[in-house]
Design a protein around this ligand. Structure first.
Ligand SMILES: C[S@@+](CC[C@H](N)C(=O)[O-])C[C@H]1O[C@@H](n2cnc3c(N)ncnc32)[C@H](O)[C@@H]1O
Ligand code: SF4
Length: 456
């Protein structure tokens, strides 16, 4: 397979599910005891240290018109626009909660990036989108944002609407593409021919935006090497600035609609790995720079520059160019990263409504990182972003002796070394080309929470 050979015995050996560490520790280890008081304290502590600290804002619109069968995002499927309007009103109230907190602390928040995602935020009509932008303007100086990004469902999208988004300040657009093969699209209840994107992504429209992102999904039912090859070829012709090449997470016990996919049509692990590796190579051959395990960007894009300068930041939005490390999440299921704290909002609309109408931040759970968490989080971030780790950098940053602190973890890497996935030198861990697809397992080696849970 043209230099893409991966030993399928290894794929089978490392076939257990492993999470890809959006946060460390993983959300499943966060505490339900962490409530809004802790969240407010974290924010106030942050502003005590620096009032103008740069911030990233994420706004979540959980609604979609139709259920894509592969989707594991927490969405609400509805065609009842009144329900969406009610949610928007709550979101505006949540923004007011933040505004009051900022005012109380005499803070003019320094939001530098805003991302609106979902679900499908493009479900909002212009009238409601205007309301949202006008309210956001009360806490964020939109014209000064370095990135103002919007997730776009191409179905039902028009060039007029894209021009409208630009007029409201949006400068980056991210399209859910997933796969272009019609047979696959039918199997996942999401039919969206390439012509749809061709009509939208004219040179005039592309020029309006600083960047376009495509989300592509590997491992969908009925996908085969040929269909996925064609999809990636079409993707490269569209030439988006960024590509997220994701592998379908399959967890029908949580996302029950996944059971509606025909399991026998889902490519097995070996096939998925083959599609992933082959498309990775195609993207690299087409001039894309690999950013972490599953993101690709043009060399001119801020994301590849940040990867080169080892500045990447990774949060629920995927990779960002790392200019800002504190995130405020608005809306159901959003995650905030405030100093050394994570906070996760409630999932259910009813719980969200109950909190916000009582002027309470809708916190469901959270985590205050210990010093050990910060060190391990940094190690995991380096491995998943750059496939290498320099012990000395960690030693200097955290005043520890790496080989002593991580004696057991380094010893446990032997198995990966034997399998050719990792190379060790005196002071570095390097994940080999072969090992990249198994990065999650190398990261897990440094996860104290998983280790404790396994011995419990
Ligand atoms: C909020 S959606 C994107 C915007 C819009 N809703 C759409 O679908 O066009 C976020 C992305 O999550 C990814 N995603 C959804 N389900 C997934 C799964 N089971 N595994 C991995 N990625 C998934 C998809 O690639 C999807 O584009
Ligand atoms: S992929 Fe996008 S449109 Fe489809 S259900 Fe998920 S969030 Fe909604």
């Amino acid at each position: 397979m043209n230099g893409l050979l991966v030993d399928m015995n290894l794929v089978k050996k490392y076939s257990t599910e492993v999470f890809m560490y959006v946060e460390y520790p993983h959300k499943s280890f966060w505490s339900l005891e962490f409530k809004e008081e802790d969240f407010k304290t974290a924010l106030e502590d942050l502003f005590l240290r620096r009032k103008d600290i740069p911030l990233l804002l994420y706004v979540h619109i959980p609604f979609c018109l139709q259920q894509c069968l592969y989707c594991t995002c927490r969405t609400v499927i509805t065609r009842n626009y009144e329900k969406i309007k009610s949610y928007l009103n709550l979101l505006l109230r949540e923004i007011d909660l933040f505004r009051n907190l900022f005012d109380k602390n005499s803070v003019t928040p320094n939001f530098r990036e805003v991302h609106i995602g979902g679900g499908s935020p493009t479900i909002l009509h212009e009238e409601e989108f205007d309301l949202l932008i006008d309210k956001l303007q009360s806490i964020a100086e939109i014209k000064n944002l370095s990135e103002f990004a919007l997730e776009i469902d191409p179905r039902g999208m028009t060039k007029e609407k894209l021009r409208y988004y630009r007029s409201r300040g949006i400068n980056r657009i991210s399209f859910g593409v997933q796969e272009f093969d019609l047979n696959v699209q039918k199997a996942v209840n999401r039919v969206q021919p390439p012509e749809l994107l061709e009509e939208l992504l004219t040179p005039e429209i592309k020029n309006l935006f600083t960047g376009v992102n495509f989300d592509i999904l590997c491992g969908l039912p009925r996908q085969n090497r040929e269909s996925f090859r064609k999809t990636i070829d079409i993707v490269t012709k569209f030439s988006p600035e960024r590509i997220a090449l994701l592998t379908m997470c399959y967890s029908p016990e949580f996302s029950k609609h996944q059971k509606l996919m025909n399991k026998s049509e889902i490519p097995d692990l070996c096939e998925r790995t083959t599609f992933f590796l082959e498309s990775t190579q195609t993207l690299l051959n087409n001039g894309y720079v690999r950013v972490g395990l599953e993101h690709f960007a043009k060399p001119t894009d801020d994301l590849s520059k940040a990867a080169e300068n080892k500045m990447l930041f990774w949060c629920g939005l995927g990779y960002t160019p790392g200019r800002y490390h504190n995130v405020i999440g608005l809306g159901t299921s959003s995650t905030s990263v405030i100093g050394d704290c994570y906070a996760h909002n409630v999932y259910e609309l009813s719980n969200y409504e109950a909190a916000v109408t009582n002027n309470v931040f809708p916190i469901y759970r959270g985590h205050k990182m210990s010093n050990d968490d910060v060190i391990r989080g940094d190690i995991i971030k380096a491995l998943r972003s750059y496939f290498s780790l320099d012990y000395r950098q960690i030693e200097e940053k955290y005043d520890i002796e790496f080989e002593i602190y991580f004696k057991e973890e380094i010893a446990a890497l032997d198995e990966f070394v034997k399998d050719g996935l990792v190379e060790l030198s005196d002071n570095t861990i390097t994940i080999t080309e072969l090992g990249k697809v198994f990065t999650g397992f190398v990261c897990r080696n440094f996860d104290r929470y998983v280790a404790v849970a396994q011995t419990a």
